[in-house]
Design a protein around this ligand. Structure first.
Ligand code: NAD
Length: 432
């Protein structure tokens, strides 16, 4: 099939590469000239495990091309996928729809023949109707249907998740559109759950899922706090809870709070939609408030360890919002770093993949190390903020010789607490 994808970010690019690998003829469109220039010359623009190889393979096979021209990507396409950002509105925190509205308006004039316009971006309930209206207004003769096709990939596992989705949810209001999407996803038939629902249900499924996961993370973080006071071990508790099939073992990992480009913005957007509809979504609001507070508390924990030290130096490992990605958007690590900067801390940080993106956010307000040992020189405390597996292999004896004071605050419980203490560190993990 011929597929046009609008937006080549963390969703659009892996989706485009994945659909090309399945044999489709894919054109990726982005309004950012510099991104398209890089992609055209075979340079990948974001880090995702396994993406670069697949990208090169499909570029060479001529199954995927890149352009800034909406016309090139949309005319003749059987399916046009919208994968532009829906960031939080700076004031109300509702989903800011300006990129969606622009994309829908821009694509309208180039539609030729029957086309399915599918929204992969996470969009407020009712957006399908809005897109339909925008396209019809600009191009009254267009023959098209708008489908909701929410994306559930996890950053860091985008390629894996494209080929092994837990489920494919499709919100189609016509049989004709449903058939086109069934054809597009034929390779997954019988291999995963395909759920065809009303468009508004599909739009709601995405928000309801992300809000639920955010609540689950916030819940285990609160239980971790309780374990610290009560003498229990949050991992033993999580294991015991997770064996109950009604609860399940996933998303019961305590940490510094949820972050990333989805959970924070989607919980805010869902809470906003609740208010607009006169519905009290109190659990979601509690997760939003508690999660914001948690990051402040985590920064306080780190500062507490260097209380009384003149001009303390803080070494930070990890800036990405989680391992496996270079994405720093709404990263708990970056928010904690921000709190520490506000308290005048002298920070040297390192991240194996996200350093460049972090620099765009905090610039020269902190120093950057060239590897995980470089940041430790003369440090008074080491704060581990992202769960990169490399950090697990930290040589504690080497770390000890580099640091001035031997303190570790491990907000990802990456290190072995007993080993760290045996090596002479004052070690604090989470929830035990
Ligand atoms: P992103 O910011 O990484 O990428 C969006 C891209 O769209 C940018 O490259 C931008 O230049 C481009 N763009 C914006 N307007 C355009 C236009 N009119 N024409 C052409 N290109 C345009 O965003 P993302 O992280 O890929 O997220 C996209 C959507 O997918 C969001 O709604 C997000 O909530 C949703 N989503 C994201 C994830 C994730 O893990 N990142 C997972 C599921 C769903």
């Amino acid at each position: 099939m011929k597929v046009g994808i609008i937006g080549t970010g963390y969703v659009g690019l892996p989706t485009g590469v994945g659909l090309a690998e399945l044999g489709n003829d894919v054109v990726c469109i982005d309004r950012e000239q510099s991104k398209i220039d890089r992609l055209k010359t075979g340079k990948i623009t974001l880090f995702e495990e396994g993406l670069e190889d697949l990208f090169n393979k499909n570029m060479q096979a001529g199954r995927i091309t890149f352009t800034t021209s909406m016309k090139e990507g949309v005319e003749n396409a059987d399916v046009v996928i919208i994968a532009v950002g829906t960031p939080p509105h700076p004031v109300t925190k509702e989903a800011d729809m300006k990129y969606i509205h622009a994309a829908a308006t821009e694509l309208a004039e180039y539609l030729q023949g029957y086309t399915v316009v599918a929204t992969k971006s996470t969009v407020p309930v009712g957006t399908g109707d809005v897109i339909e209206g925008l396209i019809s207004k600009k191009n009254p003769n267009a023959d098209f249907d708008v489908v909701s096709l929410p994306e559930f990939l996890r950053e860091g596992f985008a390629v894996h998740d494209f080929f092994h989705p837990d489920r494919i949810v499709v919100g189609a209001n016509t049989e004709r559109a449903e058939k086109v999407i069934r054809d597009l996803y034929k390779p997954f038939e019988g291999k995963t759950n395909m759920l065809f629902v009303k468009r508004r249900s599909s739009e709601t499924i995405k928000y309801a899922s992300n809000a639920f996961l955010a609540i689950k993370i916030h819940y285990i973080n609160e239980i971790a706090n309780f374990c610290e006071k009560s003498g229990a071990d949050v991992y033993e508790v999580a294991k015991g809870m997770g064996l109950d099939s009604r609860i399940g073992p996933k998303f019961l990992n305590p940490g510094p709070g949820y972050g990333g480009s989805c959970f924070p913005k989607d919980t805010h957007a869902m809470a906003y939609m609740g208010r607009q509809n006169g519905i009290n979504l109190s659990l979601i609001q509690a997760a939003i408030d508690g999660n914001a507070q948690r990051k402040k508390e985590m920064a306080e924990r780190i500062l507490e360890t260097v209380k009384g030290i003149d001009n303390p130096k803080i070494a930070v490992l990890g800036m990405a919002f989680k391992d496996g990605t270079d994405d720093c958007r709404e990263s708990p690590a970056m928010e904690i770093i921000g709190e520490l900067i506000n308290q005048g801390a002298d920070i040297t940080a390192y991240d194996p993949k996200a350093q460049e993106n972090a620099k765009l956010l905090v610039g020269d307000k902190i120093h950057y190390g060239k590897d995980m040992y470089d940041v430790l020189k003369d440090a008074d405390v080491l704060a581990i903020l992202t769960e990169w597996k490399d950090f697990k292999a930290l040589d504690l004896n080497r770390a000890k010789t580099l640091m001035k004071n031997k303190k570790i605050v491990d907000l990802r419980n990456l290190l072995d607490a007993a080993q760290a203490r045996e090596a002479g560190f004052e070690y604090q993990g989470i929830g035990r």
